[in-house]
Design a protein around this ligand. Structure first.
Ligand SMILES: CC(C)(COP(=O)(O)OP(=O)(O)OC[C@H]1O[C@@H](n2cnc3c(N)ncnc32)[C@H](O)[C@@H]1OP(=O)(O)O)[C@@H](O)C(=O)NCCC(=O)NCCS
Length: 235
């Protein structure tokens, strides 16, 4: 299933190194008992060679600039409509002041696959919820079909399950529903999403998929499926 990598893991070392002890971003993230860190996995190739893949979770201010630029450059090609108006020269995958967490799979500093989450406090149906937005998920084309997209989504989903979020949400084309559902995301077909406020909004038609994480979030499942959700922008 994972194509050329034939993911025979010969060695996995989980390093809770400087990343866990590093400086915190302005918007402090909750402690996650070692979720921030790196996993190095060596993978045997068909020709007998061994490659070193690194899966790592970074807080906003810890993502190396070279990885940020690789991610933003992918986005410019894949989602050019984002880069309009004041976002023409966008330099971050998500706004830097939203507690963004990055999930990166690299090989020798080359970004293979990536996703990110950011944190919001959103009103919904008369309550306020800690909502984590998931997005910017991609694998560079030469490395698709190797299981990396699944790994990056699983890494982010695991992180969200340990987070302080009530719910998490992503938007995708219907064709990707199975891809995300396999990592535990629940599709809410027909759920209405609006960009803006109840006074002024535009409809957003992409499929919304969610994770209901805290007790409060789980109890709000019906409200998130049935009541229009107002978002600042469709991340
Ligand atoms: C979607 C994407 C991230 C998948 O990356 P990948 O590394 O090739 O994914 P994987 O190899 O881990 O594949 C995992 C599963 O998803 C399926 N899948 C992969 N790409 C898919 C796609 N575009 N549509 C539907 N299913 C897809 C695979 O068939 C595989 O299924 P399986 O587990 O039953 O074998 C990649 O195609 C991509 O970057 N697309 C462009 C950006 C994009 O659309 N991102 C999603 C934004 S919501």
């Amino acid at each position: 299933m994972f194509g050329a990598l034939h993911t025979t893991l010969l060695n996995i070392a989980i390093l809770h190194d400087a990343v866990t002890r590093g400086a915190r971003p302005a918007l402090a993230l909750p402690e996650r008992g070692g979720a921030i860190g790196a996993i190095f996995a060596t993978s045997a190739q068909a020709d007998g060679s061994v490659i070193m893949i690194e899966r790592r979770i970074y807080r906003q201010d810890e993502l190396p600039e070279s990885l940020m630029w690789q991610a933003v450059s992918f986005m410019r090609v894949q989602w050019p409509s984002i880069f309009k108006g004041s976002l023409r020269l966008l330099k971050h995958t998500y706004p830097p002041d939203m507690g963004t967490v990055h999930f990166a799979i690299t090989e020798e500093g080359v970004l293979l696959s990536y996703a990110s989450v950011m944190r919001m406090d959103l009103p919904h149906a008369g309550e306020r919820y800690v909502v984590h937005g998931f997005g910017n998920a991609f694998t560079f084309p030469p490395y698709r079909g190797e299981g990396l997209g699944r790994q990056v989504v699983d890494m982010a989903t695991g992180f969200l399950r340990e987070s302080d979020a009530d719910v998490a949400g992503l938007f995708c084309a219907p064709g990707l529903e199975r891809f995300y559902a396999a990592s535990g995301w629940e599709a809410l077909p027909g759920a209405v999403t609006r960009v803006g406020t109840p006074e002024r909004f535009t409809a957003y038609g992409e499929l919304r998929m969610m994770l209901f994480l805290s007790e409060k979030g789980r109890q709000a499942r019906t409200a998130f499926a049935g009541e229009p959700l107002y978002v600042p922008w469709p991340w």
